[in-house]
Design a binder for this molecule. Sequence first.
Ligand SMILES: [Zn+2]
Ligand SMILES: [Zn+2]
Length: 295
Amino acid sequence: MTPPATPEIDQDVVDAIGALGNRSRLEILLALAEAERDRQEQWIRMTFTELYDAVDLESTSQFSYHLDRLVGPFVAEAADGYRLTYAGDKIVRTILAGLYENTRRFDDTDVGGSCVFCGTDSLVAAVDEEQFVVRCASCDTRLLTDLLPESQTRHRSASEIVDSVGTRIWGSFTLIRDGVCPECFGPIETTIDAHCHDGRTLYTLESTCRECWITFHVPIEAIAALHPAAAGFFWEHGIAVLERPLWEFFEQIATKTVTTDVETVEPFAATVEIALDGETGRFEIDDELTVMPIS
Ligand SMILES: [Zn+2]
Ligand SMILES: [Zn+2]
């Protein structure tokens, strides 16, 4: 994979970001978002007068000046009024979601599943430096680290936060498998990474977005589990695999219920086996990360 080129920061970007540092302009963006919320519709247009009435400014000339600074990057102007652009929409939702606030902590919470390293069922979910982590209280190994924005924590109890992260991880994996960045929807490039542990090699996808550079690590077994036939095989054996968070799925790997045999890394070709109640489901994964059941 060729590393993404470092982009120059255009003066346009500096000017656009600079234009946001003003209360009245942020109020204009909020007024447009509020109209969308009240009418439960996106891309709502507001007339000049409607917007002026929604913002606390003394004169129309002052208002006009501030609105002009937003038109282009954050607000689009049409014959029938003004609406948020995609960037304006992102900015306003970023503010509403509390992105500029620190993620709140929650009390360490015992979670299900067992440690892939020591096998004990002593997993704990916690916040560490604004990250969501699942670690083993027995051997103190960190099994999983994920982003945790303020909006995910603000109106949820500790157990609801943990559940929401569990749901979000599988959702992200579905996008990553198909080469879509969960953060910006840009194209993802994936390489295979091997980790040796206890005489066993575990493989993960190392997926990096070409556009926004964010990197994700996905166990190869999780890609297999996303296939309807694999989820169905689990289901037939009483396990709703995708309804349970990823750290509970780790148990299937730790106990060798799910095993992976990588034939070649370049191009990638692997077989994932799921052994339950004396039956075995086999799945091939190719270089495109396509999963095919082997009959
Ligand atoms: Zn452990
Ligand atoms: Zn991205």
